[in-house]
Design a protein around this ligand. Sequence first.
Ligand code: PLP
Length: 389
Amino acid sequence: MNEHMRLMLPGPTPIPPSAQNALGRPMINHRGPEFAELFARCMDGMRWLFQTRGDVVLLAAASGTGGLESAIANTLSPGDRVLALVAGEFGARFADMAEQFGANVTRLLVDYGQAFSPDELASQLALVPYRAVLITHNETSTAVMQPLEALTRAARRVHPDILILVDAVSSLGVVDLPVDAWDLDVVVSGSQKAFMIPPGMAAASVSQRAWEASKVATMPRYYWSFEQHKQFEGKGQTPWTPALSLMYALDESLKIMQAEGLPAIFARHETMTGMLRRGAEAMGLELVVTNEAIASRSVTAIYPPAGIAADAVRQRMQADFGLVLAGGQGKMAGKIFRIGHLGFYQPLDMLTVLAALEVTLVRMGAELHLGAGVRAAQDALLKGSVVHA
Ligand code: PLP
């Protein structure tokens, strides 16, 4: 293990020192008053992050996938017609999961690297009385951010009461996601992303419409019962033993996020995305997502230069610089590398990764002008909206 190792994955992500230190605190009684205070602070923080006055029901021990199961199991019944928007690996999993639980799933597909059109969604929904639509907000595998607000509006135009179930595992805390203002029913996220803490905790917001749906939904649920979580929150507890260490860390990371403020957090991600994209272009590299409007603000996917293998680039970046990049997934495996930039990152990290990438590609025989990528990123930073005192 290289002591200089730095993760640039779209999760797990680096952890701020105060959250890292909090992980080592001693255990407390999770049925006692000290826990109730910690839990209340974290839940208030979650409502702030989800931008909701409604309920955030879970801070449960699970990865993001567990949270997604909770959305399906609590709101749907076997046989319910569900439209799943599948733009990559994570959208495909969400659809498979609903099918495993007995939903009648139709998949709407787009090519990898593309976003869904709200009009096309509306046309599809007009064909059948769907009960729910599943949307993966940020498709981490292809680095596409779907136009969630426009898709939701289009869906509600056709079926005002359709359930909108959102995978926001890699978008919450990165881009604006006002759950109430956009009228989203269940929105799920996971701790190892923009929460800036280790994997192992999932969270979900639940709208009034979703609560009504949960009363009639018949899919089996126990661990994930929203009702149980809500009842126990009233007592300052979780129904099952919580991931205490992660909650200590979350308490710290929420302080950092709240001190920065949501607008500044979103602006920082926007600027970092621009830096990486302009830098990669200036190096002559092809981006998987060419349309700026739908480019993920959490992760950037890049094709290597012709004749150089994507996975070899990642190996050299790790061996020579300790920078750990992600590979492609599914049919993109071996074809691209992905640079994660959600959570505890700063513009400096983008300058660093681009400088290292330039050296790596030159070492591997690519013809490029050293400094061109860094220069373009510096320009993007100067034009960007990150404000420094
Ligand atoms: N959905 C998206 C968009 C993701 O990026 C991920 C993880 O990368 C998941 C779901 C699955 O989350 P987990 O691996 O925490 O279960």
